[in-house]
Design a protein around this ligand. Structure first.
Ligand SMILES: [Fe+2]
Ligand SMILES: [Fe+2]
Length: 475
């Protein structure tokens, strides 16, 4: 079951050839997908041979095979984790009942919406990152970008499979829509705002893969608990791919910091002007990028109070992060949870029914997880003997969704006036100058084993290859 059939036009482990209607629908969608990849995928790179990993089975051991592939020839397909026998719904009002192998009529609209919203983020990030190849700091990094891109493309396949197989004509229309909306398009944008932002430079890319792909991880973890078994199985396999994306982000920021602290020690300075003259990204700028990406990403979890979140949970569509490891009753009626709001110019906590606060629960789990990497970045600074600490901004900082939306709150959690916000925002969020400076560092480095001046090389290469391996052959 876990083996993947690569002999078919669409690689799969779902016996696609036995479902002719589905096979035909997907084969009809496939050329449109490839057209989208050509138009909106990595710019100018269709002919490169890239050292990519491809899934050969969904087993935890050895699912990956590495080799040079042209990206348009990457074997995108449909891979689900094996079915768990007699799987039961383990939260919400249907707890204890058999997991659904099909979509119950009363949950059809909500499930479709959940799948489309998740599916929309996958091609969106490929679009956001499409120009980055032109300014890659090394072949190693270029390869990692492309690996992330092809896997986001496969995540789109995963969601389109569910739409085609379980949602009939509306599902097929939604699958077309996923190729028609475009990141940042004024007339037909992507569904979620963070996926319409630009990813203009490599520091943004690393921050995006650290913070925003981690939002993906938490959403997928919540969907991996779903009573709708095909969704749970699809997202479980997507999670194995997601781990690499967050690694690219965490190690990318870490190497950026490493290079900065090395130069700080060489020049014995923390003067921003001197560091910029030396061509590295000063730590205060890195902090402002963290503040931006952290705050934009935590908005993705949605409003702090949401009746949809309660419905999704109680009806079994979407669980909590690590639902199975929690020891409460998994129904949550009568439980409460603390959320934040601004009252009389102060941040206050208030208790609300937990079911309505499940977006906030997931956001808080995400925040705990994302702080781990920031601590690991701090160890790089500490090890260099430099006094500087990066921090996650307060959860209320720079929010645009929910009860904190539009409130003026500093990264350390003080409510301030509009005037103070405007005077200080340049210390808290990347300014135009910061962005222009970071942009000025971006230049393409293509020689194997060479790295742009602003970033340190990685400790090791991909799949035990040397760092100076030819990860990308430009042809
Ligand atoms: Fe993804
Ligand atoms: Fe991802």
């Amino acid at each position: 079951m876990s083996g993947i059939n690569y002999s078919e036009k669409i690689p799969n482990n779902v016996n696609l050839s036995e479902d002719r209607t589905l096979q035909r629908a997907l084969e009809h969608w496939q050329p449109n997908y490839l057209q989208w990849w050509n138009d909106m995928g990595p710019d100018g790179s269709q002919d490169f041979d890239v050292y990519l990993r491809t899934a050969v089975s969904v087993d935890p051991q050895g699912w990956a095979q590495f080799g040079h592939v042209k990206m348009p020839d990457y074997r995108w397909g449909i891979f689900l984790n094996p079915a768990e026998q007699d799987r039961k719904i383990h939260f919400g009002d249907h707890m204890g009942e058999a997991a659904w192998q099909d979509v119950p009529g009363e949950h059809r609209a909500n499930l479709r919406r959940i799948i489309v919203t998740q599916g929309d983020t996958e091609p969106a990030s490929v679009e956001q990152q499409r120009h980055l190849g032109l300014t890659a700091p090394s072949q190693y990094d270029l390869r990692n970008l492309f690996q992330v891109n092809v896997e986001e493309g496969r995540h789109l396949w995963a969601m389109v499979y569910l739409l085609h197989k379980y949602f009939g004509k509306d599902g097929r229309e939604e699958a077309e829509g996923l190729l028609e909306r475009n990141s940042g398009n004024a007339d037909n944008p992507r569904i979620l705002q963070a996926f319409n932002e630009k990813t203009p430079d490599w520091l943004s890319f690393f921050m995006f893969t650290y913070f925003t792909d981690r939002d993906g991880k938490f959403q997928l973890c919540a969907l991996a608990e779903s009573a709708f078994d095909p969704l749970a199985r699809t997202t479980k396999f997507m999670l194995t791919e997601e781990a690499h994306h967050m690694f690219v982000g965490e190690s990318g920021v870490s190497r950026t910091i490493q290079r900065t602290v090395d130069v700080m020690n060489e020049l014995k300075t923390d003067d921003v002007g001197r560091l910029r003259a030396a061509g590295v990204i000063d730590l205060p700028t890195i902090q402002r990028y963290i503040n931006f990406h952290f705050s934009v990403t935590i908005d993705l979890f949605g409003a702090d109070q949401s009746s949809n979140a309660a419905t999704f949970y109680s009806s079994g569509l979407k669980g909590r992060y690590e639902e199975g490891k929690r020891t409460d009753d998994h129904v949550l009626k009568g439980n409460s949870y603390k959320i934040l709001s601004v009252e009389d110019g102060k941040l206050v906590e208030k208790e609300v029914p937990m079911l309505n606060a499940l977006n906030e629960v997931l956001r808080d789990d995400y925040i705990t997880d994302s702080k781990g990497g920031i601590e690991r970045w701090n160890r790089v600074i500490e090890k260099a003997g430099i006094q500087f600490k990066l921090t996650a901004p307060h959860k209320a900082f720079h929010r645009n969704i929910g009860s904190l939306s539009g409130a003026k709150i500093t990264p350390d959690g003080r409510v301030v006036s509009e005037a103070e916000w405007n005077a200080k925002v340049g210390e808290w969020l990347p300014s135009n100058e910061d962005r222009a400076y970071v942009a000025s560092l971006m230049g393409r480095v293509v020689e194997p084993g060479k790295f742009a001046n602003w970033i340190a090389p990685p400790v090791m290469g991909i799949n035990r290859q040397p760092v100076d391996f030819d990860y990308v052959r430009f042809n």
